[in-house]
Design a protein around this ligand. Sequence first.
Ligand code: ADP
Ligand code: MG
Ligand code: MG
Length: 892
Amino acid sequence: MVKNKPVYSFEEADSKKRMLLGGKGAGLSEMTRLKLPVPVGFTITTEVCTKYYDKNKKLPKDVMPAVMKNIAKMEKKTGKKWNSIKNPLLVSVRSGAATSMPGMMDTILNLGLNEKTVEGLAEQTKNPRFSWDSYRRFIQLFGKVVFGVKDEKFDYILDEVKKKQGIQDDSKLNVESLKTIVLEYKKICEKHTKRKFPDTPDEQLVLAIEAVFKSWMGERAIVYREKNNITKDIANGTAVNIVAMVFGNMGDDSATGVVFTRNGHNGKKEMEGEYLINAQGEDVVAGVRTGKSIELLKKDMPKLYKELSIACKKLEKHFKEPQDIEFTIEQGKFYLLQTRTAKMSAGALVKTSVDMVREKLIDKNRALTRIPAQQLEALLHRTMDESKIKDFKQLAKGIAASPGAASGIVVFDVNKAIELGNTGKKIILVRKETKPEDVPAFFSSEGILTSLGGKSSHAAIVSRGMGKPCIVGCPELKIDYDKNIGMANGMTIKEGDTITIDGSEGTVFIGQIPTIEPKVTKDFEQILDWSQKIKTLGIRANADTPDGAVLARKFGAKGIGLCRTERMFNGSDRINLFVEMIMAENIEERSKILKKLGQLQKSDFIEILKAMEGYEVTIRLLDPPLHEFLPNPEELVEKIQKLKAIGSANEADQAEIVLKRAKELAEINPMMGHRGVRVGITYPEIYEMQIRAVFEALVELTKKKVKAHPQIMIPQISSIAELNHIKKTYDIIKKETEKKHKMKLKINFGTMIEVVRAALTAEELASTAEFFSFGTNDLTQGTFSFSREDVEGKFLPEYMEKELLERNPFQSIDVTGVGSLIKMGIAAGRGVRPNMEVGICGEHGGDPSSIKFCHGEGLTYVSASPHRIPIAIVAAAQAAIEQPKKVRKSRK
Ligand code: ADP
Ligand code: MG
Ligand code: MG
């Protein structure tokens, strides 16, 4: 491998090497090659940055000599001289990592000015005002970036001087004032550092380069990388770009601005941006002065407007992406200072993708792959009206668990929420945590807010499945059920107060912020249509209700990969029946209740299967431990005390019985306890009832000529013995039903693979199981021995901060660990049954990077919650485009 040089001029750099040159450096060199007007300059590579840190924050020896050689080249090209009194060469020293981190790192302008060169510049340009203005800007930026002096200190001086001169606008400062400012600014720096302000350009340059490298590890930059998941393989260190200064502050024939080649909010094909006459770059970016809208440039400087539009077109055509451009006009001459792929809203991404295909600028594959699938989420949910947010107070911020915005009145009590919800009130259910028994209240609420729990807590998963906004893990919110209040950041909310939650951001506001309805635009439909045609991976839904099934199908799901039967017991008309079943003292009583439940299940199955006619519907038998359906013992104790206090002895006795049962059923580690097939084995009548309901539903639908494809799936299997035990029941019921109705009934019988032992013994399981479905939530728990509900709120964030984990394994499949088990399972299963249907259900089914893994491993399908279906479809198409060779069979 050829060793990289520490420094490359814009002409010689290979602009494809973004990791090495950073985005800004690569863009500048590419524009130079395209013969666009870019000031001369060069890039110190990101490798130097890494070495700088390796060497304990010292520049490697070869760097400054290479830098000075390039400065000499700049002198030649510009005809200006470094540290010259007559014609000084000034430069900017700019940060720029491989991925853009706007405003997160530092840049210094006008470097090379000192007491002598400032006079030279004044003399040469015959414009002392400009020269001294540049000098004061330099000292402020340098003082701030290199020495860490706070802006306020400089601003204080600036304001004082402006007051004295009797002006408001910076651009009106006269030379006298500017000289005073320079003097005072230097004093501030010298007081801060206790040393003389560095005067030679050489000294300034080294300090500036090091400061830019340091800004890579500045707090802003670190937080930004964390929030945006910018890992080392995406950007490793910043480059430093040294660019000859061009001046937008040389008078009224000069200007500076930023422009998007297409509208970044709605994607329309129009330039969008701002500019300022007689100003320097950072004025626009930092919003020191409010810019003028870019259309006005047409009138202000028609010739330059034209040059700008031509440059925009040329850059778009070249990069095949809308660009975000910085430009400066120096005395009527146009310069480009930066170009990068424009960051756009999800809506704009979709529109520009479709438009650019129509314009023949890009092909469909490119149109699909350029959209970060995750971002589409924003198009599928209600959002807060951004322009209104500033009028409201933020109460708290938690973990964004289920996207979308909702407003409603605060209700802490589950029953009250149901009661008020039924009267048509809009409710936000606010709880410490939620349990399955609280689910009926979810249906009656607009959104859910819990102070505890992580992204995969009960509240989060259930809300996501329902498409309801939800925020969890909001520890600053202290809830007091007794007083019916919640407190956070010195504010109190009580029952009946209106709040707005944004489940995409995790923010809670006091009051009602107007929200905006999502709509699937024609352009979005086009993207989904193209994706459906390209993808090979099947997309099914996690749906537990007929409504969910209808919604999922509308969004493009072809089948249900996970129908959780226990969710059906949570309807307000059923939960009591289910509790009665648990409380039943003998098998006769239990059977009676189960019969009723069986009827309800059957009718639900019929509706769901109808909604998914023609596609597989995988029905999972009861999974959670029984005690999850009973009220929380602590709450029961409280209730009993209250009942006794008011003299309701009878009711108190009833509650005592429930409490006793709840205590009996309680487990220390319920996730690894009496659940799934283990309940099915110890209470055989429950699974019998469920299996029979599926068969009966199929009979009824077959009679009506509805093409139903139910499949029965057993959760928590760890051995073939367990699976065969249930299979016997299945066989008996199948035979009985076929005989009773005189028809052949085909219902695939399969298993979840979510226990590590199941993955290890997949070959054995495949002798009985006709399909596998990887339950990646539990499988991840088991593989890491992480209790998901605990770790997400406790140490996981710190693990990610300390880079012990790159991603949350509950959101994105841990490819090396859990992924290996999945690979083993697939190979073992398909070794026995070559075309075996293998899918995943679990939160990962809607995660784009997990979807890419699933495509690569040849899974038949992924199953995701209804609102994530469009995202999954696009991600699957992207996977097919990126890894085209895998061919697999699936009912698409
Ligand atoms: P950021 O990444 O924060 O935008 P930049 O390095 O792009 O920082 O610089 C900040 C501002 O200074 C931008 O508006 C840029 O256009 C301007 N700028 C940078 N270098 C020069 C230069 N050599 N001449 C004129 N303006 C410049
Ligand atoms: Mg910039
Ligand atoms: Mg599970």
